[in-house]
Design a protein around this ligand. Structure first.
Ligand SMILES: [Zn+2]
Length: 80
């Protein structure tokens, strides 16, 4: 069996799947999207599974940058 997937960039990927094992063995870019800006996306390109997934959004860890000024402890000078 086979089907097609439309990526977020608009490209259409032809996916061929083994009906018995349900393992996808072929992923080929069938047609390029009009709004696709990915230069690698050309008709006939073999795609990997992770290339079909949507791009990851912003990383989960995004804390405020820049801590306070770190001052080294100054030695107290005893009056001599
Ligand atoms: Zn594309």
């Amino acid at each position: 069996m086979s089907y097609t997937l439309t990526l977020q960039c608009g490209c259409v990927v032809y996916v061929s799947q083994n009906p018995a094992t349900r393992i996808v063995h072929t992923r080929i870019l069938q047609s390029k999207g009009l709004s696709c800006v990915n230069r690698r996306h050309e008709v006939g390109l073999r795609l990997y599974l992770w290339e079909l997934l949507p791009p990851p959004s912003t990383p989960p860890c995004g804390g405020p940058q820049g801590d306070g000024p770190s001052r080294e402890p100054t030695e107290g000078g005893a009056p001599g």
